[in-house]
Write a protein that binds this ligand. Structure first.
Ligand SMILES: Nc1nc2c(ncn2[C@@H]2O[C@H](COP(=O)(O)OP(=O)(O)OP(=O)(O)O)[C@@H](O)[C@H]2O)c(=O)[nH]1
Ligand SMILES: [Mg+2]
Length: 327
């Protein structure tokens, strides 16, 4: 039985930047137990006025592109210039024990012992919606604890990158030089989401390759319809090994933030994200509520039988179900 603490214990602990209490609060947020969830909501409400103050950055790219190594270099750079950084992960597809970041603590050796960095391994895999919902709340807790840059790492396969895009101010896509788009499992869609591309591993023999890839991708991006934000996603090159380009990425993020803060798109983006978070939760609740109603399971089974036999149309079945439960 885990020890129970009061909401104030968590709230005060987080606001004074106590990392142990922050970790405990995140565990609470990640718990699916109803009593934990109720307490987590109280804690979140308590810290809410102290949230929103960070730059939220999503980082994605195919496995092996160098996300973790980049975050180690980038994170170290950020703390060196005076920032406090939290690293979170959305990795629902991960079959690796404990999610990617846990094993990655070794790859983020410097960062994991850095007093100005906080690395939180991804929660145990579950429904994508559930994981994302917790990452959003974890982000709020980290902001309340005084972290002013939040990095959210996700593997760029599947739909998790869309989910992460929906919770950050800036979305960075890491790419490899030399590997074809198909090879990178990249769909055009994910490039369209990116606020910047960075060609990784631009060191040693790979520098010329990386420069070539930069030009190619920059040309490819020009073919995309422009967004209404006034921002044109640049393509950068970088090396986590030599540190080349790491400062440029931060420079780019700052330019993007300045521009979108001035023209209102930063606020607009966050407002849209809040709304879709709300709508997602509402939909989840409605559907849970629906399926939990007495008699629904039996009715469903019966209707599904008729649909399979072709004796009822799906639309008809939906009507029947709704007239039965909504008077
Ligand atoms: N030469 C060179 N190698 C790098 C660089 N960054 C990463 N690597 C190597 O590329 C490999 C993959 O790096 P990771 O950082 O684990 O990649 P990842 O994107 O986090 O991979 P997953 O967590 O599996 O999705 C490792 O062997 C790194 O040492 C770089 O800047 N230059
Ligand atoms: Mg990794």
């Amino acid at each position: 039985m885990r020890q129970r603490f009061s909401p104030d214990y968590y709230i005060n602990g987080i606001l004074t930047g106590d990392r142990l209490i922050l970790s405990r609060a995140i565990t609470l947020v990640e718990s699916s137990r109803p009593d934990d969830q109720a307490l987590a909501q109280q804690v979140l409400e308590g810290v809410l006025p102290h949230t929103g103050g960070s730059v939220r950055v999503g980082i994605t790219g195919v496995p092996g592109v160098g996300k973790s190594t980049f975050i180690e270099a980038f994170g170290t750079y950020l703390t060196n210039v005076g920032h406090r950084l939290a690293v979170l992960a959305v990795d629902p597809s991960s079959q690796r024990s404990g999610g990617s970041l846990l094993g990655d603590k070794t790859r983020m050796e410097t960062l994991s012992t850095n007093p100005n960095a906080y690395i939180r391994p991804s929660p145990a895999s579950g429904a994508l919606g559930g994981v994302a919902h917790r990452t959003r709340e974890t982000m709020l807790l980290c902001e309340a604890a005084g972290f002013d840059v939040i990095l959210v790492e996700t593997v760029g396969v599947g739909q998790s990158e869309t989910v992460v895009h929906g919770m950050v101010d800036f979305f960075l896509l890491l790419m490899l030089a030399g590997a074809g788009d198909e090879l990178q499992g990249m769909k055009r869609g994910i490039m369209e989401l990116a606020d910047a591309l960075c060609i990784t591993k631009a060191d040693g023999d790979n520098v010329a390759n990386a420069d070539r890839a930069r030009v190619e991708y920059q040309n490819a991006l020009h073919l995309f319809p422009p967004t209404d934000t006034g921002w044109f996603p640049p393509v950068l090159t970088g090396s986590a090994l030599t540190g080349m380009g790491v400062a440029d990425v931060w420079q780019t993020i700052q330019e993007h933030q300045t521009l979108t803060a001035q023209n209102g798109h930063r606020t607009q983006r966050r407002q849209q994200q809040q709304l879709s978070w709300f709508k997602g939760l509402l939909q989840q609740r409605l559907s849970q509520n629906f399926y939990a109603r007495p008699g629904i399971a039996d009715r469903l089974t019966a209707l599904e039988e008729q649909i399979k036999n072709g004796t009822m149309l799906p639309s008809q079945a939906v009507d029947t179900l709704f007239t039965a439960i909504v008077p």
